[in-house]
Ligand binder design. Structure first.
Ligand code: ATP
Ligand code: MG
Length: 491
């Protein structure tokens, strides 16, 4: 018998039907009401012949209907392909074809792109949310139990280091991710999680999964708005919020000397490297930041730092969640000693079984049950992880390792510099040397940037060139695409 757990939506609606599960704008839904909405939506999807094992793409915004669609597809046993609506139609078409999705559900705001996709990929049928709502409800046999090894969702990586890869996320991955998070953050009876990150990304989806599993309300925002987010955090209604560094920045800029409500207990900060300056700012304002490290492949956080450690371990991503483990492997595949940098490898029931259609990537990524993250970091004597950078972006210059993130961090300390990206460029003498790319509202002199860097960085880490450009190339997840910076070198 395969391991299974009860259908989590049914179980939640059965255990705590009258508890609030969702708040959106001025409206709220109990878990019993949510179940009704989901079953109604599932009945309509069933009339479109969506059933067990089919792959269905969803191109939707953060809205209650998206939540109904996600749970409805789970009730029908279909696999959900999450699509980022900031991508181009070509990029989305690739993900739908690659995952062999046969149906696309979309919000009418994405009408044009959905029709473009339909034109390029004949194997797909497309239905707008409005069309689905007009369908008549058809009876369906919902899934009673969720098999832990069954695929629940397929989510593409952000494509920061190469073409996005389709990550298989099972029911078990989501279950263990939610469990690991609760064992670390604890579960309070008044907990409510503010979701202002996209539901198509694992940071957003994982909040939904936790809500159903914990019986906790989610405050959903259609789009991140720093003013509304600050107001909610000051109201006492929210206890936990997930953010990336850019969101936190906007909230801090607006907050001035005000404080958040004492009920607010966790600002979960992930998705990329945190800026030290920002962590210090939060410390000074008494904001409880939990730095975290995770990825699409680990179904959200796998390593998290609690505030009680954050003062002593500023900049660390923390320790693994209880069900998970982490190790550092050196270039020669030896276990690194404390303080020694190498590739971060992780293991745990929240880690993916693999990528779809990527034999080579799967072969490289999995070693004896461990997953190679492609990130470099080290673990200190007390077992805290420090993430240094992506392995593919490491610059080896005259035998020394240089991490672009360290140089970027220093450059970004300069007030006039809004964005920065650093890459390694071929060099006849050193092998590779760092080049820095900066964005500023006014013309900056290379020498001024270098003079500042000189006060903070060893000579071998100094950028050989500092090139001012209009904007740093970013992907649909708003991450810096360092590999696209090469095009800005003219001579
Ligand atoms: P791709 O795999 O296609 O290149 P991606 O890795 O950016 O894209 P995601 O899964 O969205 O796709 O991002 C996970 C990555 O984000 C991690 O592997 C790591 O490089 C980075 N990251 C996440 N948290 C942190 C952190 N706390 N510090 C530094 N980097 C982080
Ligand atoms: Mg990745």
């Amino acid at each position: 018998m395969e391991e299974s757990i009860p259908n989590w939506l049914m179980q939640r609606a059965y255990l705590t039907p009258s508890r609030i599960g969702l708040v959106f704008r001025e409206q709220s839904w109990t878990f019993a009401h949510m179940k009704e909405c989901v079953f109604n939506f599932a009945g309509k999807l069933s009339s479109l012949s969506i059933a067990e094992g089919m792959r269905v793409g969803i191109l939707m915004k953060n809205s209650p209907e998206t939540i109904w669609a996600i749970h409805a597809l789970q009730q029908l046993g279909a696999e959900i392909v999450f699509l980022n609506h900031r991508l181009t139609s070509e990029e989305i078409t690739f993900q739908l074809e690659d995952s062999e999705a046969s149906i696309l559900i979309y919000h009418s705001d994405f009408n044009d792109i959905a029709h473009q996709i339909h034109g390029d990929y004949k194997g797909i049928s497309i239905y707008s949310q409005v069309e689905i709502e007009q369908c008549t409800v058809k009876k369906f046999a919902n899934v009673n139990e969720f098999q832990l090894k069954k695929t629940c969702s397929i989510m593409y990586t952000s494509g920061t280091t190469g073409k996005p890869k389709g990550v298989l996320q099972t029911y078990g991955n989501h279950w263990w991710s939610a469990t690991g998070s609760a064992l670390n953050l604890g579960l309070h009876s008044d907990d409510s999680w503010l979701c202002a990150v996209p539901l198509f990304h694992i940071s957003g989806l994982s909040i939904l999964m936790r809500s159903i599993i914990y019986g906790m309300p989610v405050y959903l925002m259609e789009q991140f708005d720093e003013q509304k987010a600050n107001a909610l955090l000051q109201s006492g209604k929210i206890t936990i919020m997930s953010v990336v560094s850019a969101m936190l920045n906007r909230m801090l800029n607006l907050l001035n000397d005000e404080k958040y409500h004492e009920n607010f207990r966790c600002m979960l900060l992930g998705g990329g490297a945190a800026r030290l300056h920002q962590l210090e700012q939060c410390r000074d304002k008494g904001i409880p930041v939990f730095q975290t490290y995770g990825m699409t492949e680990t179904s959200s956080q796998i390593v998290t730092l609690s505030p009680e450690d954050s003062l002593l371990k500023l900049g660390s991503a923390g320790k693994p969640l209880f069900p998970s483990q982490l190790k550092i492997l050196t270039e020669t595949d030896r276990n690194a000693v404390a303080g020694e940098a190498g590739e971060i490898i992780v293991k745990g029931p929240n880690v993916t079984q693999g990528y779809i259609n990527r034999i080579e990537a799967n072969d490289k990524a999995f070693v004896d049950g461990w997953f190679r993250t492609g990130d470099i970091g080290y673990v200190d004597k007390e077992g805290f992880l420090y993430v240094l950078d992506r392995r593919s972006d490491l610059i080896i210059s005259g035998g020394e390792n240089i991490y672009p993130a360290e140089i970027e961090e220093v450059i970004l300390e300069m007030d006039e510099i809004k964005e920065a990206g650093v890459i390694g460029v071929e060099d006849a003498i050193w092998g590779k040397v760092p080049y820095a790319f900066i964005v500023s509202d006014r013309r900056l002199e290379e020498v001024d940037v270098l003079n500042y860097c000189r006060t903070k960085l060893a000579a071998y880490k100094l950028p050989k060139r500092v090139i001012q450009i209009e904007a740093i190339p970013r992907n649909g997840a708003n991450k810096v695409m360092r590999r696209h910076l090469l095009q800005f070198i003219h001579e």
